[in-house]
Design a protein around this ligand. Structure first.
Ligand SMILES: CC(=O)[C@@H](O)[C@H](O)COP(=O)(O)O
Ligand SMILES: NCC(=O)COP(=O)(O)O
Length: 252
């Protein structure tokens, strides 16, 4: 079976969290994440990602149903594995739920979910979400033990955290970048062999996306912060279209 269908390019999920960050900086309604989701759909995004953090620092509860009813694209809801978040996911039944680690004091998602060693709790957390019809994804570091644990606990998808790779690219640390890319390539192959769908995300931009998009097992990239920042200069549609173009180029 081919790893990727040439007629189905690598999917781009656009994360709109940081439109909400700007809105929340002043309160009120602007800029509106719903409008961003509609524009992303118009620009050719394949999905919309939202991270409902426990502290509601960007996306808030009302954004989820508002975005879900505004677009026809699949919605990927990122959340921590808490009872409150499970209740919200079960009430709205998004297309996908991606379980991520959260630390209240962190500025952004620092690492991958600790799946190995938390098997029983995660298995119980995942089962009702799957029964409700959501595809369950785990946001993990490119680590063999975590990939194997993700398959054990019943996830259908893993999203590989590429944040470390992106930081090494930004720092110009070529040796570390190459080693981290190798880890991502190996983890993606293992996940695919174990029957998991493989996604990647965190910190991707025009400069670093190419080698990630070229990993053949990947079927989806989730990209947010950079695209929303770039939108300030060129507009959201143009930023998304350029990202799409660069992802397609890497697959040629
Ligand atoms: C899990 C993930 O990588 C994204 O959701 C990213 O975390 C965006 O949200 P923050 O910038 O709040 O971390
Ligand atoms: N899961 C990663 C994501 O949704 C977007 O991360 P970022 O591009 O905002 O760093």
């Amino acid at each position: 079976m081919p790893l990727t269908n040439p007629d189905t390019p690598l999917r781009l999920g656009v994360n709109i969290d940081h439109v909400a960050t700007l809105r929340n900086a002043r309160g009120g309604h602007d800029p509106d994440p719903v409008r961003a989701a509609r524009l992303a759909q118009q620009a050719g995004a394949d999905g919309i990602t939202l991270h409902l953090r426990e502290d509601r620092r960007h996306i808030v509860d009302a954004d989820l149903p508002a975005v879900m009813s505004a677009v026809t694209l699949p919605i990927n809801l990122e959340l921590a594995a808490t009872a409150e978040m499970q209740r919200i996911a079960l009430a709205h039944k998004p297309h996908a739920v991606c379980i991520v680690p959260e630390r209240r004091e962190e500025r952004t998602t620092e690492g991958g979910l600790e799946v190995a060693g938390d098997d029983n709790r995660l298995r119980d957390f995942i089962a009702p979400l799957r029964e409700a019809g959501s595809r369950v994804s785990l946001f993990i570091a490119p680590d063999e033990a975590q990939v194997e644990a993700a398959a054990r606990v019943g996830a259908q998808v893993v999203e590989l955290h590429v944040g470390a790779y992106c930081e090494y690219c930004a720092d110009g640390n070529d040796a570390a970048r190459t080693a981290e890319l190798r880890r991502l390539i190996v983890a993606a192959a293992l996940a695919h062999d174990l029957g998991l769908e493989v996604h990647a995300g965190h910190g991707l931009n025009f400069d670093n996306v190419g080698p990630i998009a070229a990993i053949p097992e990947l079927v989806e990239l989730n990209i947010g912060h950079f695209l929303i920042g770039e939108a300030v200069f060129v507009g959201l549609e143009a930023a998304i279209r350029e990202m799409r173009r660069q992802m397609n180029l890497a697959r040629m």
